[in-house]
Ligand binder design. Sequence first.
Ligand SMILES: [Zn+2]
Ligand SMILES: [Zn+2]
Length: 253
Amino acid sequence: MNITFLGTGTSQGVPVIACGCTVCTSTDKCDKRLRTSILVEAEDKVVAIDAGPDFRYQMLRAGVQHLDAVIFTHEHKDHIAGLDDVRAFNYFQQEAMDVYATSQVQQALRREYAYIFADYKYPGIPQINLHNIGLHNFYVGKLLITPVEVMHYKLPVLGFRIQDFTYITDAKTISEKEKNKIKGSKVLVINALQRQEHISHFTLNEAIAFAQEIGAETTYLTHISHRLGKHADVSLELPPGIKLAYDGLQLTL
Ligand SMILES: [Zn+2]
Ligand SMILES: [Zn+2]
């Protein structure tokens, strides 16, 4: 299985428009974070988890030539705003894009992308096949995916375990039952927004404590704000086995 981090930034991305802070003005390419998303290549399938506002550029930057599916974690704009750009894959693959989402996320998609679901479909609009997912395992082709429910303040968000890899974004709390699905993962990805307390995101310390509780061989932190600090500085203070993700990072499991 190959994983590519397409984006590792929080909802505004890093740099933030018009911000002059030391992180936003850093010349380190690890401090350039598009909105959070990953590409998973396994079992002959190529799958994007989330398609936020940077989706088009992320596909171009990673050189993605074929995409089989988009799986959504939740309906916030930084995770769904790029769905319109599956049109290019519709055109070249001559098929609708398979989209996996909970019924709650599907409601948001029908609202935000009313034209995709309209009775009269304007020529050239995105073509998608919606697949309903919940808390049960599902397959994309032969690729088995286990949803893990986490809470983003009061909003349920899905993380996904795929073989020995677990990807969680936008978590603040996770029940013991859902934690059990994660345990035994070799690689864990978890969100770490900033150092300051936040109502709906793990802080850096909360993410570290969670990583240590799960005990994966390596944990990568994602969904990072400019307030966390520079990649190079923060990396120096992390415990062994815990690293900051960065855009373009690739893992092979
Ligand atoms: Zn988010
Ligand atoms: Zn900044």
